[in-house]
Ligand binder design. Structure first.
Ligand code: SF4
Length: 555
């Protein structure tokens, strides 16, 4: 049952909120004794007003409550530490507030939040008990009846690889950590003290840091997949509250048939195509997961849900979407092409992108890339380019052999630099932009390993692409969790040369990429970004070169 709660109005109240509280013609059931207001525009001091509270509120920090102007790569700006960009520029430029209705329900939410919502519904929870809410609207959905606030977090302590790299290099604190603290201090949470459960891709950070968990006021951290373990945990909390609640709960891998279809729109239409990765890189969290490909019918149903929710495009998500319905690590070209084609031709869909792909999959099956390019009409005025996030990580066969043999399969570690070059050329020729990472400071790294990677990055200049350098940071729960992180003080001249090579590459490609990438965004944003890319980029480039020279790099 939808819970309706009353409280006395002691203004001032925002007009927007008043419109929500005082829906014309609404008569709340069982009004409390005394006067209350409904159907009028301006409550008086001491009047009763009502609002709805849900037993289970699913939300996220503010950096995740955005559609990023429909530009998925803008989402990564949340990894920039505070101080790099003031809030008054960061939010309008990269992370405008996600749309929500009068009751505070997010129209497009993070895919993980939608999965939990769907799993609870599939498990028999009532629709009226659950809301996926905008973090700025918690006062509209949390009340005395609220038992659980479930928070999805990507990087709750700001120690994920990208955030920690840029906090280490440029100073400041991860924005996602700051925003999570702000969320947890929300007056509605403090007042009603529901059980706070934190899950999502970054939950591992708090699963190993009990002191921080308690400091933040998080009752339970949920790590792993949530579709089976989540509803079980929530029922337990509804029955027993905090009594006997474990600090950390681990969700088991979910069979593909138990992954429910989402029932609401996702951020930029992200839809899960595959889950897990069998390549088992020693530094990566998904290495412990089992790979599953979702049936095409389920994917298409979620496309429809997203179109109904006002999205116009779809991003197919997987750690390597080219392994959709693969035979182990062998690409199944027909299955991949069919998935993209059916999604692209679904009613209402104007574009289809993908999150991650492995260069080894692309190079082992060039026909898949060529066919995808044709199916998605790339290289045309309608769809000039498309994007894949790929991992280079290093050019060193030694480090590949030691840490990520599976990443290069079916190739050998010694072939990796050539696979990267061939992969980037294949993507470029077929109008895909590869957005890659390289990792500095992997255990066992020596001077020549860094130099090989710098040479490789420089050789990629003719291909439209991005290469983001990261400092190695050991993630808990991975095979390298006890390895030593690379800190700024330990960076060598060779590291600075590699960082500079990457950013020179990126600054060369940003302007032409933006012409295609941002062409459908709003005109104000286009103007602002042109300004940032011309003037801001020059400044950042100057500072990167200056830092590199100070540390003895030949740049
Ligand atoms: S290929 Fe990518 S997702 Fe898979 S284990 Fe390696 S880094 Fe992780």
């Amino acid at each position: 049952m939808l819970r309706v709660t009353f409280k006395k109005y002691h203004g001032p109240i925002k007009v927007r909120d008043a419109a929500m509280f005082l829906l014309p013609g609404y008569a709340p059931p069982n009004p409390p004794p005394g006067e209350y207001v409904t159907g009028c525009d301006s409550p008086g001091d001491g009047d009763y007003i009502w609002f709805m509270a849900y037993r289970i509120v699913i939300t996220c920090d503010r950096t995740m409550a955005s559609d990023y102007h429909g530009l998925i790569f803008f989402g990564f700006s949340a990894c920039l530490p505070s101080g790099t960009l003031p809030d008054r520029l960061y939010y309008p430029l990269f992370c405008p507030s996600g749309k929500h209705d009068d009751q505070g329900r997010l129209l497009h939410a993070n895919c993980g939040m939608r999965k939990i919502e769907a799993a609870l519904l599939a498990d028999g929870f009532s629709r009226d008990d659950i809301v996926v809410a905008h973090p700025d609207c918690l006062d509209r959905v949390i009340g005395p009846e609220t038992r659980i606030v479930s928070i999805s977090a990507n990087d709750p302590l700001g120690i994920g690889p990208a955030t920690s790299t840029y906090s280490e290099l440029w100073g400041g604190e991860g924005r996602m950590a700051i925003e999570l603290r702000r969320l947890l201090r929300d007056p509605a949470i403090r007042r009603h003290r529901p059980v706070v459960v934190l899950g999502g891709p970054g939950a591992w950070q708090l699963s190993v840091d009990d002191r921080k968990r308690r400091q933040l006021g998080i009752d339970c951290v949920f790590v792993g997949e949530g579709e089976v373990g989540g509803p079980r945990l929530f029922r337990r909390i509804l029955e027993n509250g905090r009594d006997g609640l474990p600090a950390v709960v681990t969700g088991e891998p979910v069979p593909v048939e138990a992954i429910p279809d989402i029932v609401g729109g996702t951020t930029i239409g992200i839809i899960e195509a595959t889950r897990g990765c069998a390549r088992s890189c020693s530094f990566c969290v998904p290495s412990v997961r089992k790979v599953r490909s979702r049936p095409l019918e389920n994917i298409l149903r979620e496309v429809q849900v997203n179109m109904d929710a006002g999205n116009t495009g779809v991003i197919l998500h997987g750690e390597d979407v080219l392994l959709y319905r693969s035979d182990g690590l062998k690409v199944n070209p027909d299955a991949v092409v069919e998935m993209f084609e059916r999604v692209y031709t679904a009613p209402g869909v104007r574009f289809v992108g993908a999150s991650h792909a492995a260069l080894s999959s692309a190079v082992s099956s060039p026909q898949t890339i060529e066919r995808l390019s044709r199916v998605l009409e790339l290289g045309t005025v309608k769809n000039p380019t498309n994007y894949f996030q790929v991992g280079i990580e290093t050019a060193s066969p030694k480090l590949i052999g030691r840490h990520m043999k599976g990443k290069v399969y079916p190739f050998e570690p010694g072939q990796w630099p050539q696979v990267v070059r061939d992969g980037f050329k294949l993507l470029h020729d077929n109008h895909f932009v590869g957005c890659a990472t390289v990792i500095m400071g992997l255990p066992g790294e020596e001077r020549e390993d860094i130099e090989q990677t710098t040479e490789l990055v420089k050789s990629l200049r003719p291909c439209q692409s991005l290469v983001v350098p990261l400092l190695f940071s050991p993630l808990q729960t991975t095979r390298l969790e006890y390895a030593t992180a690379l800190k700024k003080k330990d960076l060598t001249a060779q590291h600075y040369e590699l960082i500079t090579a990457c950013w020179d590459h990126n600054f060369a490609w940003f302007p032409p990429m933006w012409v295609n990438y941002g062409r459908d965004s709003n005109p104000l944003l286009r103007v602002a970004m042109r300004f940032v890319l011309t003037h801001g980029a020059k400044l950042v480039k100057y500072r990167i070169h200056r830092d590199a020279r100070r540390h003895g790099a030949r740049v």
